[in-house]
Ligand binder design. Structure first.
Ligand SMILES: *[C@@H]1O[C@H](CO)[C@@H](O)[C@H](O)[C@H]1NC(C)=O
Ligand SMILES: *[C@@H]1O[C@H](CO)[C@@H](O)[C@H](O)[C@H]1NC(C)=O
Ligand SMILES: *[C@@H]1O[C@H](CO)[C@@H](O)[C@H](O)[C@H]1NC(C)=O
Ligand SMILES: *[C@@H]1O[C@H](CO)[C@@H](O)[C@H](O)[C@H]1NC(C)=O
Ligand SMILES: *[C@@H]1O[C@H](CO)[C@@H](O)[C@H](O)[C@H]1NC(C)=O
Ligand SMILES: *[C@@H]1O[C@H](CO)[C@@H](O)[C@H](O)[C@H]1NC(C)=O
Ligand SMILES: *[C@@H]1O[C@H](CO)[C@@H](O)[C@H](O)[C@H]1NC(C)=O
Length: 775
């Protein structure tokens, strides 16, 4: 109640101030950058006008009464700086515009009606009035990185840090007043989910219309719409005479409450800050870099054998100083070793996690896996992942976290091979450790800061999950809103292709640094959100190097979209059926084996069996190393029943679809074996299974392949020069077994793989058409 009265009081102050008509700016007034003039508040403490930015000028509100001309608000902060020749006009028809020498106008404020006057108030609020003296626009309602006394950050709004102290354009951190009542800090370009948060007030669930407020006595608190204080961030009660307070999300991502004593003309002092650890803000170090505390200051280091993308610019991240190639050399020997980065924690973006006893096993597991570029080990869990690594920081005292990075063996490292290439602690680390040990107090404060941080984030996670299906088990699967995806794909601009399930668009996440494929599902059963999420969780948990990884999904109104990792080499169809992109025989066999491994995983190794139902070269995508990955698995279940029948390609001829589809027989995993068999024949012959540009007897591949097999004329099937005849025969026999009409006669995928690898004998296959009479 008291606070409600206080607010009425505060509002009253602002209104009466306006009525006093102090320092009114009239229509027709103008300012120029070079005249050094500005529109000052009555007290002379705040000014509205031009200030220098980079090699030009920007318009904003700044402290005029003290030597530090700190900017507290900027108009159009992300527009390029203006030239010295511009004019700021408060035009006679009531528009506040910046006019270039060429006559180009830029609006500084966008009130709903024409203004009649303006004023720089003593509170630091720059306002526009209409002819009735009512405020129609105010700078307090569109804060940039600072809150002044009496100003609020209202629900749904955000403060963004600046790029640097001298550049007020939007930087890399944000502070959001969420609709769930929580005040949360995130890096920019992330969605509002707990895993990206690095600070939270923990007031979620306490109202949908909460504001962050700063009072005259330096009290910073969260207030709900009926005037109840939900949480005090600072207790306030500081002197109010001749002292100003302001809150700002700083360039380093931490938000702080500052005070400035006008009397003593001293510097700003920090009264409170959201964190004491400058490594807390996620993303400070960019991709593949990690943050370490050097005394009280943050410092960014690169992963071993990585170098800064832009020297001196932490947020640009780090990149390899070697070129990554396919991970095994021709003779089968390893080209890589693992280097350790001890005591570091990273975002979990793993494609596979294993329960493994020792760090050494984790290191070895990643080294062996061609898809693994880095691994993190903690509490007996080894997480394999691809680069880049994100949100890394060193955690002293938490010795159980270790990351391993796969790096190329260079001549210098060969000479001094340490056990498995273990990196030694650098001299700097030891020094930091030494300093910290002697300063016991510092360690304690670091530990308690971490504990506080963990508790906050944990509390935040707990509450924010309670309303939804609990997705905490699959940390790496994200839920996106439709507007997130619109932004990520630039309004669904670039189409990558169309498939049986919908259209695929190119998009980016992580500040444009990682490319993704966004698939818009069409004709999905309009089932409940819970069922959809359950399906997504199943798909999200299937991690295999020959399956395209699902990164997230969107279930927003009518929209159902899936976000996948992007495959730079397109589909197998793109490569296989284009003579100019010729794949060698060995490569084709390797691709066949990998596809078989992916299907085997779906059938037998993941926690619930998945029948793909649509194996074909268009659904097999190729990564940068031309390693095949199966896409669209798990989606068949989401389709309307009538939709499944449209898989049937051309009637009469056979597509990739097993004959039982046409016969209304139950569809089993053997349907995938059939489709695989067709793809295998295509891989052998480098042509489509149905192609009428061939003579009639050759047009249908499965019939042609069998007749060549019967006539012992295998040469007719392949154009390669250097094919091992016995291997060709073996692979062809596997294909012919797979495409048998009778499902029960087709081998299982496990058997297929053994046959492809030559570890079991393969009997002569019967004619695939011998059962066609039953159709
Ligand atoms: C803007 O102000 C300058 C200088 O007072 C004046 O020459 C110019 O005509 C004004 N432009 C408009 C559109 O009012
Ligand atoms: C504000 O908080 C008080 C105390 O928790 C609660 O009784 C009241 O309903 C809240 N108001 C709203 C609009 O949520
Ligand atoms: C939120 O609360 C403020 C008062 O604190 C009120 O003016 C505003 O209309 C409310 N907004 C919504 C969307 O309820
Ligand atoms: C916040 O601080 C004010 C003034 O010190 C006090 O009256 C109020 O009870 C505090 N509220 C909470 C939730 O701590
Ligand atoms: C204010 O800070 C500046 C630089 O940060 C420093 O040079 C100056 O001595 C400080 N002044 C006072 C009064 O502390
Ligand atoms: C990469 O950097 C490491 C350490 O900084 C160095 O030993 C190695 O020779 C570099 N490799 C290349 C290819 O420059
Ligand atoms: C640092 O690099 C990023 C791009 O990686 C760029 O957007 C940013 O402006 C740079 N920051 C500075 C201070 O130069």
């Amino acid at each position: 109640m008291a606070s409600l009265l206080f607010f009425i009081f505060l509002t009253a102050i602002i209104t009466t101030e306006a009525q006093r008509g102090e320092s009114i700016v009239n229509l027709g007034s103008s300012l120029t950058p070079t005249s050094k003039s500005s529109w000052q508040s009555q007290s002379g403490f705040y000014a509205f006008g031009f200030y220098q930015q980079a090699n030009g000028y920007a318009v904003g509100v700044f402290f005029a009464g003290i030597p530090e001309k700190t900017v507290v608000w900027t108009a159009n902060r992300d527009k390029p700086p203006a030239l010295a020749s511009v004019t700021l006009n408060f035009t006679s028809d009531g528009r506040l515009i910046m006019q270039s020498a060429q006559g180009i106008d830029t609006a500084i404020a966008d009130p709903p009606e024409r203004a009649a006057s303006a004023s720089m108030l003593d509170s630091g609020n720059f306002v526009l009035y209409n002819s009735d003296k009512k405020i129609i626009w105010q700078s307090f309602e569109s804060p940039t990185n600072t809150l002044l006394q009496g100003q609020r950050l209202t629900v749904g709004n955000e403060l963004f840090s600046s790029v640097s102290v001298s550049d007020q354009s939007t930087g890399i951190f944000r502070l959001k007043m969420q609709t769930d009542g929580n005040l949360v800090q995130y890096p920019v370009q992330t969605t509002d989910v707990a895993e990206y948060a690095y600070w939270a007030s923990g007031t979620d669930g306490k109202g949908s219309n909460v504001s962050l407020c700063l009072d005259d006595d330096g009290r910073l608190y969260l207030l709900n719409s009926t005037g109840t204080i939900l949480k005090n961030l600072t207790q306030g009660g500081y002197p109010t005479k001749d002292v100003v307070y302001f809150m700002r999300i700083d360039v380093d991502g931490i938000f702080r409450l500052f005070s400035h004593n006008l009397d003593k003309n001293g510097n700003f002092s920090v009264i409170w800050s959201s964190s004491n650890n400058k490594c807390d803000p996620k993303g400070l170090c960019g991709l593949n870099g990690f943050c370490t505390m050097n005394d009280q200051d943050a410092n960014c280091l690169c992963l071993p054998d990585f170098a800064s993308v832009i020297e001196g610019n932490w947020s640009s991240g780090c990149e390899r100083n070697f070129t990554a190639e396919s991970c095994k050399s021709k003779d089968g020997s390893m080209k890589y070793i693992m280097k350790a980065v001890p005591n570091t924690v990273w975002e979990d973006d793993s494609f596979s996690s294993l329960t493994i006893l020792t760090k050494d096993d984790c290191e070895a597991a990643c080294l062996k896996d061609c898809n693994c570029e880095a691994a993190t080990y903690r509490d007996g869990v080894c997480r394999k992942q691809k680069l880049p690594l994100r949100f890394g920081r060193r955690v002293l005292g938490d010795v159980n976290n270790i990351a391993f990075i796969k790096v190329a063996i260079s001549t210098s490292t060969i000479n001094k091979i340490e056990p498995l290439g273990r990196e030694k602690y650098s001299r700097k680390d030891i020094m930091i450790l030494g300093i910290s040990l002697s300063a016991f107090g510092l360690i304690m404060s670091v530990i308690s800061a971490i504990a506080i941080y963990k508790n906050r984030v944990r509390a935040y996670r707990r509450v924010s999950n309670s309303g939804n299906v609990d997705l905490s088990m699959d940390v790496s699967l994200r839920s996106f809103t439709y507007s997130d995806l619109e932004k990520m794909t630039n309004g669904f601009k670039e189409e990558l292709g169309r498939g049986s399930f919908g259209t695929v668009y190119k998009g980016t996440i992580w500040n444009g640094q990682k490319i993704v494929a966004v698939k818009r599902l069409e004709k999905v059963l309009t089932e409940g959100e819970r069922e959809f999420q359950t399906e997504m969780k199943v798909i999200g948990r299937t991690h295999h190097k020959n399956l395209v990884r699902l990164l997230g999904y969107c279930h927003d109104g009518e929209n159902r979209l899936l976000v996948y990792e992007y495959m730079s080499n397109g589909s197998l169809a793109n490569i296989l059926f284009k003579p100019e992109k010729k794949l060698f025989w060995d490569e084709r066999i390797e691709i066949a084996r990998n596809i078989a491994k992916g299907i085997l995983y779906l059938h037998e190794e993941c926690e619930s069996q998945i029948i793909h139902c649509d194996i074909k070269p268009q659904n097999i995508l190729m990564d940068e190393y031309r390693c095949p990955k199966i896409s669209d698995f798990g989606l068949a279940k989401l389709l309307k029943p009538d939709q499944t029948n449209t898989f049937t390609g051309i009637r009469g001829t056979k597509g990739y679809v097993a004959p039982e589809w046409h016969r209304n027989q139950p569809v089993t995993i053997k349907a995938d074996v059939y489709s695989f068999g067709i793809v295998l024949l295509e891989l052998i012959c480098c042509r489509k299974n149905v192609d009428w540009s061939f003579p009639e007897e050759e047009a249908i591949l499965e019939e042609w392949a069998y007749s060549c097999f019967e006539a012992l004329e295998l040469d007719k099937l392949v154009s390669d020069q250097d094919v091992d005849k016995r291997q060709l025969e073996r692979i062809l026999k596997v294909g012919l077994w797979c495409i048998l009409d009778e499902p029960s006669l087709r081998p299982s995928m496990k058997k297929v793989l053994l046959m492809l690898e030559g570890t079991v004998d393969i009997p002569i296959p019967p004619s695939p058409t011998s059962f066609l009479s039953t159709v």
